[in-house]
Design a protein around this ligand. Sequence first.
Ligand code: HEM
Length: 235
Amino acid sequence: MNSAEQKILVWDAPVRVFHWLMVLSFAGAYLTADSERWRLVHVSLGYTMGGLVAFRLVWGLVGSRHARFRSFVTGPAALLRYGRSLLGRQPEHFVGHNPAGAVAIVLLLLSSMVIVGSGWAIYNDAGPAWLARLHEAASTFMLVVVLIHITGVVVASLLHHENLVRAMVDGQKSGTAQQAIRWRWRPLAALMVAAVLGFWWYTWQGAPAGLVVGFTGSHVIVGAGRVPLDENVAG
Ligand code: HEM
């Protein structure tokens, strides 16, 4: 931090809420992918990812300064310059996302769109059989990008002596007063959380067999209750 630098607000609340809900949704959807029993949880988390990414695409156009795509999606020249600055052990500091991080972010958003689109088509029997392979391949690809992304975050935090994970929690990074964003946009973030919780509640209410279907041998567990196996609870 040079003398003109101080802790400033960089990430608005919707970006932070988007991020941690994405982490939760992707991790949950990935872990429940192979189980028939957890299918509705998997699908609901996938749709949640879809909604989050749709929000982020809009926020990338109209959101606060460092959330906008044009502030961090750069060409190969900026990426090369950043790469060279890393090799030269004098890493360029960015108040928003650095160019390498930005590549990972774009890949994460694009792979989410492929995963959600193909998942929706498979779940609704609305596409060719190869969509299932695409869905799986895109999920594996996204997992790899997530792991690279986490490694990048740790490395960049060490290089810049700045805890980027904490910044994604409290929104603060080091920069000059002119680089700060003015608004936190908390009401919008609260609305996002309410929309996601509302969607999960609605899905739970509307699910004929509860969100998680389990079998105990003689009974099917539906939501909070149990129904004898001879009743057709699957609807
Ligand atoms: C499922 C896993 C994850 C996904 C899908 C994901 C996705 C993303 C996305 C899309 C962004 C851009 C945020 C924006 O501008 O809206 C981002 C940034 C960020 N993520 Fe993640 N992330 C994941 C896991 C993690 C984890 C586990 C950590 C903590 C170790 C983390 C830390 C960060 C940080 C610190 C940034 C800001 C990077 C910067 O300062 O440029 N992410 N992530």
